[in-house]
Write a protein that binds this ligand. Structure first.
Ligand code: PLP
Length: 434
Protein backbone atom coordinates (compact mmCIF):
# COMPACT_ATOMS: atom_id res chain seq x y z
CA UNK A 1 0.00 0.00 0.00
CA UNK A 2 1.56 3.40 -0.94
CA UNK A 3 2.17 5.98 1.79
CA UNK A 4 -0.25 8.85 2.18
CA UNK A 5 0.29 11.57 -0.40
CA UNK A 6 3.98 10.88 -1.09
CA UNK A 7 6.10 14.00 -0.85
CA UNK A 8 3.45 16.06 0.91
CA UNK A 9 4.04 17.05 4.52
CA UNK A 10 1.44 18.36 6.90
CA UNK A 11 2.00 20.18 10.16
CA UNK A 12 -0.52 18.26 12.24
CA UNK A 13 -0.22 20.43 15.35
CA UNK A 14 -0.79 23.59 13.30
CA UNK A 15 -3.85 22.06 11.61
CA UNK A 16 -5.34 20.99 14.93
CA UNK A 17 -4.67 24.40 16.44
CA UNK A 18 -6.46 26.06 13.50
CA UNK A 19 -9.37 23.62 13.92
CA UNK A 20 -9.53 24.56 17.61
CA UNK A 21 -9.58 28.27 16.77
CA UNK A 22 -12.01 28.23 13.83
CA UNK A 23 -14.27 25.19 14.03
CA UNK A 24 -16.82 25.25 16.83
CA UNK A 25 -15.55 22.75 19.35
CA UNK A 26 -12.53 22.12 17.15
CA UNK A 27 -14.29 19.17 15.52
CA UNK A 28 -16.73 18.34 12.73
CA UNK A 29 -19.03 16.26 14.91
CA UNK A 30 -19.09 16.83 18.63
CA UNK A 31 -20.87 13.55 19.45
CA UNK A 32 -18.07 11.48 17.96
CA UNK A 33 -15.20 13.77 18.95
CA UNK A 34 -12.09 11.88 19.96
CA UNK A 35 -10.17 12.65 23.16
CA UNK A 36 -7.24 15.08 22.66
CA UNK A 37 -4.64 12.28 22.62
CA UNK A 38 -6.46 10.46 19.83
CA UNK A 39 -7.21 13.48 17.63
CA UNK A 40 -5.89 13.13 14.12
CA UNK A 41 -6.37 14.71 10.74
CA UNK A 42 -7.18 12.22 7.99
CA UNK A 43 -5.58 12.94 4.64
CA UNK A 44 -6.18 9.90 2.49
CA UNK A 45 -8.43 6.88 2.07
CA UNK A 46 -8.04 3.95 -0.31
CA UNK A 47 -9.87 0.64 -0.11
CA UNK A 48 -10.05 -0.45 3.51
CA UNK A 49 -7.34 1.99 4.69
CA UNK A 50 -7.06 5.58 5.84
CA UNK A 51 -3.93 7.59 6.60
CA UNK A 52 -3.50 10.50 8.96
CA UNK A 53 -1.43 13.63 8.44
CA UNK A 54 1.51 12.06 10.29
CA UNK A 55 1.55 9.15 7.81
CA UNK A 56 0.00 6.57 10.15
CA UNK A 57 -2.07 3.91 8.41
CA UNK A 58 -5.30 2.47 9.83
CA UNK A 59 -7.67 -0.28 8.77
CA UNK A 60 -10.92 1.64 8.63
CA UNK A 61 -14.03 0.17 10.24
CA UNK A 62 -15.97 3.39 10.36
CA UNK A 63 -15.91 4.06 6.62
CA UNK A 64 -17.01 7.67 6.56
CA UNK A 65 -19.80 6.97 9.05
CA UNK A 66 -20.89 3.76 7.31
CA UNK A 67 -21.13 5.43 3.92
CA UNK A 68 -18.44 3.49 2.01
CA UNK A 69 -19.73 -0.03 1.53
CA UNK A 70 -17.28 -0.48 -1.38
CA UNK A 71 -14.40 1.04 0.59
CA UNK A 72 -12.60 4.33 -0.03
CA UNK A 73 -12.21 5.78 -3.51
CA UNK A 74 -13.55 2.78 -5.41
CA UNK A 75 -12.19 3.07 -8.98
CA UNK A 76 -15.59 2.53 -10.63
CA UNK A 77 -17.18 5.19 -8.46
CA UNK A 78 -14.35 7.63 -9.20
CA UNK A 79 -14.64 6.95 -12.94
CA UNK A 80 -18.40 7.54 -12.91
CA UNK A 81 -17.95 10.76 -10.95
CA UNK A 82 -15.26 12.04 -13.32
CA UNK A 83 -17.41 11.24 -16.35
CA UNK A 84 -20.33 13.15 -14.85
CA UNK A 85 -18.12 16.06 -13.80
CA UNK A 86 -17.02 16.43 -17.43
CA UNK A 87 -20.68 16.97 -18.33
CA UNK A 88 -21.47 19.36 -15.47
CA UNK A 89 -21.75 19.10 -11.73
CA UNK A 90 -25.11 20.64 -10.86
CA UNK A 91 -28.30 21.59 -12.72
CA UNK A 92 -31.35 21.63 -10.39
CA UNK A 93 -33.19 19.86 -13.18
CA UNK A 94 -33.75 16.31 -14.42
CA UNK A 95 -30.57 14.53 -15.51
CA UNK A 96 -30.06 11.02 -16.86
CA UNK A 97 -28.21 10.09 -13.66
CA UNK A 98 -31.08 11.18 -11.38
CA UNK A 99 -33.71 9.48 -13.55
CA UNK A 100 -31.73 6.25 -13.85
CA UNK A 101 -31.05 6.18 -10.13
CA UNK A 102 -34.74 6.69 -9.30
CA UNK A 103 -35.59 3.81 -11.62
CA UNK A 104 -32.89 1.60 -10.11
CA UNK A 105 -34.21 2.26 -6.61
CA UNK A 106 -37.70 1.21 -7.65
CA UNK A 107 -36.13 -2.04 -8.91
CA UNK A 108 -34.08 -2.92 -5.85
CA UNK A 109 -35.84 -1.46 -2.78
CA UNK A 110 -38.98 -3.53 -2.06
CA UNK A 111 -41.28 -0.67 -0.96
CA UNK A 112 -40.13 1.78 -3.65
CA UNK A 113 -42.81 2.73 -6.16
CA UNK A 114 -41.76 6.39 -6.15
CA UNK A 115 -38.57 8.22 -5.15
CA UNK A 116 -37.50 11.72 -4.14
CA UNK A 117 -33.92 12.74 -3.51
CA UNK A 118 -32.34 14.59 -0.60
CA UNK A 119 -28.79 15.32 0.53
CA UNK A 120 -28.49 13.40 3.76
CA UNK A 121 -30.11 10.82 5.98
CA UNK A 122 -31.48 13.52 8.29
CA UNK A 123 -33.16 15.26 5.39
CA UNK A 124 -34.60 11.96 4.24
CA UNK A 125 -36.14 11.05 7.61
CA UNK A 126 -37.53 14.58 8.04
CA UNK A 127 -39.02 14.47 4.55
CA UNK A 128 -40.50 11.00 5.10
CA UNK A 129 -42.30 12.28 8.20
CA UNK A 130 -43.55 15.32 6.30
CA UNK A 131 -44.92 13.16 3.47
CA UNK A 132 -46.67 10.93 6.02
CA UNK A 133 -48.21 13.93 7.80
CA UNK A 134 -49.36 15.41 4.48
CA UNK A 135 -50.83 12.06 3.41
CA UNK A 136 -52.72 11.32 6.62
CA UNK A 137 -53.56 14.86 7.74
CA UNK A 138 -52.34 13.85 11.21
CA UNK A 139 -49.48 15.27 13.25
CA UNK A 140 -48.14 12.71 15.72
CA UNK A 141 -45.24 10.37 15.18
CA UNK A 142 -44.25 7.28 17.13
CA UNK A 143 -40.60 6.33 17.21
CA UNK A 144 -38.59 3.84 19.22
CA UNK A 145 -36.43 4.33 22.24
CA UNK A 146 -32.74 4.57 21.40
CA UNK A 147 -33.36 5.11 17.67
CA UNK A 148 -31.23 7.71 15.94
CA UNK A 149 -32.86 9.30 12.90
CA UNK A 150 -30.57 12.30 12.45
CA UNK A 151 -30.56 15.70 14.07
CA UNK A 152 -33.77 17.47 13.00
CA UNK A 153 -36.29 18.52 15.62
CA UNK A 154 -38.66 15.55 15.08
CA UNK A 155 -35.85 13.03 15.46
CA UNK A 156 -34.11 13.95 18.68
CA UNK A 157 -36.41 12.42 21.28
CA UNK A 158 -35.79 9.42 23.51
CA UNK A 159 -32.59 8.34 21.79
CA UNK A 160 -29.90 9.01 24.39
CA UNK A 161 -31.45 8.62 27.86
CA UNK A 162 -29.80 6.31 30.39
CA UNK A 163 -32.73 5.68 32.76
CA UNK A 164 -36.24 4.28 32.30
CA UNK A 165 -38.81 6.64 30.75
CA UNK A 166 -42.60 6.75 31.03
CA UNK A 167 -43.61 5.64 27.52
CA UNK A 168 -44.70 7.29 25.33
CA UNK A 169 -43.22 10.47 26.82
CA UNK A 170 -39.53 11.17 26.38
CA UNK A 171 -37.26 14.13 26.86
CA UNK A 172 -35.60 15.89 23.95
CA UNK A 173 -32.04 14.67 23.48
CA UNK A 174 -30.97 18.08 22.26
CA UNK A 175 -31.19 21.68 23.36
CA UNK A 176 -32.80 24.06 20.90
CA UNK A 177 -35.84 21.90 20.17
CA UNK A 178 -39.28 23.41 20.87
CA UNK A 179 -40.59 21.72 24.02
CA UNK A 180 -44.12 21.52 22.61
CA UNK A 181 -42.93 19.11 19.94
CA UNK A 182 -42.67 16.51 22.69
CA UNK A 183 -46.49 16.35 22.63
CA UNK A 184 -46.27 15.04 19.07
CA UNK A 185 -43.35 12.63 19.27
CA UNK A 186 -44.25 9.43 21.11
CA UNK A 187 -41.59 6.93 22.10
CA UNK A 188 -42.09 3.17 22.49
CA UNK A 189 -39.70 0.40 23.59
CA UNK A 190 -37.98 -1.53 20.78
CA UNK A 191 -38.50 -5.30 20.81
CA UNK A 192 -41.49 -4.97 23.16
CA UNK A 193 -44.35 -5.60 20.77
CA UNK A 194 -47.10 -5.58 23.41
CA UNK A 195 -46.21 -2.09 24.68
CA UNK A 196 -45.51 -0.68 21.23
CA UNK A 197 -48.77 -2.06 19.80
CA UNK A 198 -50.75 -0.72 22.75
CA UNK A 199 -49.27 2.76 22.19
CA UNK A 200 -50.00 2.61 18.49
CA UNK A 201 -53.56 1.46 19.12
CA UNK A 202 -54.17 4.13 21.76
CA UNK A 203 -52.96 6.91 19.43
CA UNK A 204 -54.24 5.49 16.15
CA UNK A 205 -56.35 8.57 15.34
CA UNK A 206 -53.40 10.93 15.85
CA UNK A 207 -50.48 9.05 14.36
CA UNK A 208 -49.20 10.20 10.97
CA UNK A 209 -46.44 7.61 11.04
CA UNK A 210 -44.53 5.02 12.97
CA UNK A 211 -40.85 5.41 12.21
CA UNK A 212 -38.22 2.86 13.12
CA UNK A 213 -34.74 1.65 12.47
CA UNK A 214 -35.55 -1.99 11.57
CA UNK A 215 -32.31 -2.93 13.30
CA UNK A 216 -32.02 -0.63 16.31
CA UNK A 217 -28.44 0.52 16.00
CA UNK A 218 -27.04 -2.94 16.44
CA UNK A 219 -29.85 -4.48 18.47
CA UNK A 220 -31.43 -7.20 16.37
CA UNK A 221 -35.22 -7.32 15.97
CA UNK A 222 -36.73 -10.11 18.06
CA UNK A 223 -38.57 -12.75 16.02
CA UNK A 224 -41.99 -11.36 15.11
CA UNK A 225 -41.29 -7.80 16.26
CA UNK A 226 -41.05 -6.14 12.83
CA UNK A 227 -43.91 -8.27 11.55
CA UNK A 228 -46.03 -7.24 14.55
CA UNK A 229 -45.36 -3.52 14.07
CA UNK A 230 -46.13 -3.93 10.37
CA UNK A 231 -49.42 -5.67 11.14
CA UNK A 232 -50.67 -3.16 13.69
CA UNK A 233 -49.75 -0.13 11.55
CA UNK A 234 -51.43 -1.72 8.52
CA UNK A 235 -54.54 -2.48 10.58
CA UNK A 236 -54.94 1.21 11.47
CA UNK A 237 -53.75 2.67 8.16
CA UNK A 238 -50.72 4.31 9.76
CA UNK A 239 -47.76 4.65 7.38
CA UNK A 240 -44.76 2.65 8.57
CA UNK A 241 -41.41 4.28 7.82
CA UNK A 242 -38.19 2.27 7.92
CA UNK A 243 -35.13 4.41 8.45
CA UNK A 244 -32.68 2.45 6.31
CA UNK A 245 -30.02 5.13 6.24
CA UNK A 246 -27.58 2.59 7.73
CA UNK A 247 -29.15 -0.77 6.85
CA UNK A 248 -29.97 0.15 3.24
CA UNK A 249 -27.64 -1.45 0.65
CA UNK A 250 -25.68 -2.92 3.56
CA UNK A 251 -27.67 -5.83 5.00
CA UNK A 252 -28.86 -6.67 1.50
CA UNK A 253 -29.23 -4.76 -1.75
CA UNK A 254 -32.85 -4.07 -0.78
CA UNK A 255 -31.83 -3.28 2.80
CA UNK A 256 -33.44 -4.56 5.98
CA UNK A 257 -36.83 -4.77 4.28
CA UNK A 258 -35.41 -7.38 1.93
CA UNK A 259 -33.26 -9.04 4.61
CA UNK A 260 -36.05 -9.41 7.18
CA UNK A 261 -38.86 -9.70 4.63
CA UNK A 262 -40.99 -6.92 6.15
CA UNK A 263 -41.94 -4.12 3.77
CA UNK A 264 -42.73 -0.62 5.08
CA UNK A 265 -44.76 2.08 3.32
CA UNK A 266 -41.88 4.54 3.13
CA UNK A 267 -38.16 4.32 3.62
CA UNK A 268 -35.38 6.84 4.22
CA UNK A 269 -32.07 6.11 2.50
CA UNK A 270 -28.62 7.68 2.53
CA UNK A 271 -25.03 6.81 3.46
CA UNK A 272 -23.96 3.71 1.44
CA UNK A 273 -26.18 4.70 -1.46
CA UNK A 274 -23.86 7.57 -2.40
CA UNK A 275 -20.63 5.56 -2.45
CA UNK A 276 -18.99 8.34 -0.42
CA UNK A 277 -20.84 11.28 -2.01
CA UNK A 278 -23.61 13.16 -0.20
CA UNK A 279 -27.07 11.79 -0.90
CA UNK A 280 -30.36 10.95 0.71
CA UNK A 281 -33.55 9.52 -0.73
CA UNK A 282 -37.12 8.78 0.26
CA UNK A 283 -38.78 5.86 -1.45
CA UNK A 284 -42.13 4.23 -0.94
CA UNK A 285 -45.71 3.65 -1.96
CA UNK A 286 -46.86 6.01 -4.71
CA UNK A 287 -49.83 7.33 -2.73
CA UNK A 288 -47.53 8.72 -0.06
CA UNK A 289 -45.99 11.06 -2.63
CA UNK A 290 -49.31 12.59 -3.73
CA UNK A 291 -48.57 15.82 -1.85
CA UNK A 292 -45.41 16.52 -3.84
CA UNK A 293 -46.81 16.35 -7.37
CA UNK A 294 -47.60 19.20 -9.79
CA UNK A 295 -51.29 18.28 -9.38
CA UNK A 296 -51.04 18.93 -5.63
CA UNK A 297 -49.35 22.27 -6.32
CA UNK A 298 -52.09 23.18 -8.82
CA UNK A 299 -54.71 22.36 -6.15
CA UNK A 300 -52.90 24.70 -3.80
CA UNK A 301 -52.60 21.91 -1.20
CA UNK A 302 -49.15 20.45 -1.32
CA UNK A 303 -46.14 19.67 0.85
CA UNK A 304 -43.07 21.87 0.33
CA UNK A 305 -40.36 19.69 -1.04
CA UNK A 306 -37.35 21.03 -2.86
CA UNK A 307 -33.59 21.26 -2.35
CA UNK A 308 -30.89 22.93 -4.42
CA UNK A 309 -28.69 19.87 -4.50
CA UNK A 310 -31.36 17.15 -4.23
CA UNK A 311 -30.75 14.76 -7.12
CA UNK A 312 -27.31 16.24 -7.75
CA UNK A 313 -25.94 14.43 -10.82
CA UNK A 314 -22.49 13.75 -9.35
CA UNK A 315 -23.98 12.06 -6.29
CA UNK A 316 -26.46 10.17 -8.47
CA UNK A 317 -23.65 8.98 -10.80
CA UNK A 318 -21.66 7.80 -7.77
CA UNK A 319 -24.76 6.01 -6.48
CA UNK A 320 -25.39 4.25 -9.81
CA UNK A 321 -21.78 3.05 -9.96
CA UNK A 322 -22.05 1.85 -6.35
CA UNK A 323 -25.22 -0.09 -7.10
CA UNK A 324 -23.60 -1.59 -10.23
CA UNK A 325 -20.87 -3.07 -8.05
CA UNK A 326 -23.25 -4.13 -5.27
CA UNK A 327 -25.52 -5.92 -7.75
CA UNK A 328 -22.78 -8.36 -8.79
CA UNK A 329 -23.15 -11.94 -7.62
CA UNK A 330 -21.58 -12.82 -4.30
CA UNK A 331 -21.40 -9.27 -2.91
CA UNK A 332 -23.62 -9.76 0.10
CA UNK A 333 -22.33 -13.24 0.88
CA UNK A 334 -18.84 -11.71 1.04
CA UNK A 335 -19.93 -8.77 3.22
CA UNK A 336 -21.75 -11.10 5.61
CA UNK A 337 -18.77 -13.51 5.74
CA UNK A 338 -16.45 -10.66 6.66
CA UNK A 339 -18.77 -9.56 9.47
CA UNK A 340 -19.04 -13.13 10.70
CA UNK A 341 -15.24 -13.64 10.75
CA UNK A 342 -14.62 -10.43 12.65
CA UNK A 343 -17.38 -11.15 15.17
CA UNK A 344 -16.38 -14.80 15.66
CA UNK A 345 -12.78 -13.72 16.18
CA UNK A 346 -13.80 -11.16 18.82
CA UNK A 347 -15.97 -13.79 20.55
CA UNK A 348 -13.03 -16.21 20.61
CA UNK A 349 -10.70 -13.61 22.06
CA UNK A 350 -13.06 -12.61 24.84
CA UNK A 351 -13.70 -16.28 25.68
CA UNK A 352 -9.99 -17.07 25.79
CA UNK A 353 -9.18 -14.03 27.90
CA UNK A 354 -12.19 -14.59 30.16
CA UNK A 355 -13.58 -11.10 29.46
CA UNK A 356 -17.39 -11.25 29.27
CA UNK A 357 -18.66 -9.56 26.13
CA UNK A 358 -21.74 -9.62 23.97
CA UNK A 359 -20.69 -9.46 20.33
CA UNK A 360 -23.34 -8.92 17.74
CA UNK A 361 -22.98 -9.06 14.02
CA UNK A 362 -25.88 -8.51 11.77
CA UNK A 363 -24.24 -8.96 8.41
CA UNK A 364 -21.40 -6.52 7.84
CA UNK A 365 -21.99 -4.58 11.07
CA UNK A 366 -20.26 -5.66 14.24
CA UNK A 367 -20.55 -4.35 17.77
CA UNK A 368 -19.16 -5.47 21.06
CA UNK A 369 -20.48 -4.70 24.52
CA UNK A 370 -18.65 -5.48 27.75
CA UNK A 371 -21.46 -7.24 29.59
CA UNK A 372 -22.39 -10.76 30.63
CA UNK A 373 -25.96 -10.34 29.40
CA UNK A 374 -27.35 -10.40 25.88
CA UNK A 375 -28.20 -6.99 24.50
CA UNK A 376 -31.69 -7.35 23.07
CA UNK A 377 -33.20 -3.99 23.97
CA UNK A 378 -32.13 -0.38 24.36
CA UNK A 379 -32.16 -0.44 28.20
CA UNK A 380 -29.95 -3.58 28.12
CA UNK A 381 -27.18 -1.37 26.71
CA UNK A 382 -27.08 0.58 29.99
CA UNK A 383 -25.89 -2.51 31.85
CA UNK A 384 -22.82 -2.77 29.63
CA UNK A 385 -19.56 -1.20 30.77
CA UNK A 386 -19.28 1.85 28.51
CA UNK A 387 -15.97 3.00 30.02
CA UNK A 388 -14.38 -0.36 29.22
CA UNK A 389 -15.71 -0.25 25.74
CA UNK A 390 -14.21 3.19 25.21
CA UNK A 391 -10.82 2.07 26.53
CA UNK A 392 -10.93 -0.96 24.24
CA UNK A 393 -11.78 1.11 21.17
CA UNK A 394 -9.05 3.65 21.93
CA UNK A 395 -6.69 0.69 22.32
CA UNK A 396 -7.70 -0.49 18.85
CA UNK A 397 -7.10 2.96 17.42
CA UNK A 398 -3.62 3.15 18.96
CA UNK A 399 -2.95 -0.18 17.22
CA UNK A 400 -3.92 1.04 13.77
CA UNK A 401 -7.60 0.09 13.72
CA UNK A 402 -9.91 2.99 12.94
CA UNK A 403 -12.99 2.36 15.07
CA UNK A 404 -14.02 5.36 17.15
CA UNK A 405 -15.48 4.70 20.62
CA UNK A 406 -19.24 4.42 20.90
CA UNK A 407 -19.70 3.48 17.26
CA UNK A 408 -20.08 0.11 15.66
CA UNK A 409 -17.69 -1.45 13.17
CA UNK A 410 -18.60 -1.63 9.49
CA UNK A 411 -17.14 -3.90 6.84
CA UNK A 412 -16.73 -3.06 3.18
CA UNK A 413 -16.05 -5.06 0.04
CA UNK A 414 -12.51 -3.65 0.20
CA UNK A 415 -11.71 -5.40 3.49
CA UNK A 416 -9.57 -8.50 3.15
CA UNK A 417 -9.14 -11.63 5.24
CA UNK A 418 -5.71 -10.28 6.13
CA UNK A 419 -7.32 -7.08 7.42
CA UNK A 420 -9.52 -9.16 9.70
CA UNK A 421 -6.53 -11.19 10.94
CA UNK A 422 -4.58 -7.99 11.73
CA UNK A 423 -7.62 -6.49 13.43
CA UNK A 424 -8.06 -9.55 15.63
CA UNK A 425 -4.38 -9.39 16.66
CA UNK A 426 -4.90 -5.75 17.65
CA UNK A 427 -8.17 -6.70 19.35
CA UNK A 428 -6.47 -9.36 21.45
CA UNK A 429 -3.73 -6.94 22.52
CA UNK A 430 -6.27 -4.21 23.32
CA UNK A 431 -8.46 -6.57 25.34
CA UNK A 432 -5.45 -7.96 27.16
CA UNK A 433 -4.44 -4.44 28.13
CA UNK A 434 -7.80 -3.64 29.71
C1 PLP B 1 -30.24 5.31 11.28
C2 PLP B 1 -29.82 6.70 10.88
N1 PLP B 1 -30.72 7.54 10.38
C3 PLP B 1 -30.40 8.78 9.98
C4 PLP B 1 -29.11 9.24 10.09
C5 PLP B 1 -28.77 10.63 9.66
O1 PLP B 1 -28.04 10.62 8.48
P1 PLP B 1 -27.11 11.86 8.10
O2 PLP B 1 -25.98 11.87 9.08
O3 PLP B 1 -26.69 11.58 6.69
O4 PLP B 1 -27.95 13.08 8.21
C6 PLP B 1 -28.12 8.40 10.60
C7 PLP B 1 -26.72 8.86 10.71
O5 PLP B 1 -25.87 8.27 11.33
C8 PLP B 1 -28.49 7.09 11.02
O6 PLP B 1 -27.58 6.26 11.58
Amino acid sequence: MPPAEPGRRWDTQALLATAERCLAGGALHHLTALPPEARVVLVRGRGSRVWDSDGREYIDYYLGSASLVLGHAHPEVLAAVRAQEEQGTQFFELTPAAIQLAERLTQVVPCAERVKFANSGSEATAAALKLARAHTGRDHVLKFEGAYHGTHDWAVWGALHRAPIAYPRAEADSMGVPRGLGDYVLVAPYNDLATASAQIRAHRHQLAAVMMEPLLGNVRPAPGFLEGVRAVTAEYGIPLIFDEVVSGFRLALGGAQEYYGVVPDLTALGKSLGGGYPIGAIAGRAALFDSVTPAAVARGRFAMYTGTFSGNPVSCAAALATLDVLQRPGTYARLHDLGQSLANGLRDISRRLGVPTFVINEGPMVDLWFTDRPVTSYPAIWAADAARSRTFKLGLMRRGIWSPPGLKMFLSLAHTDEDIARTLEAGEAAMNAL
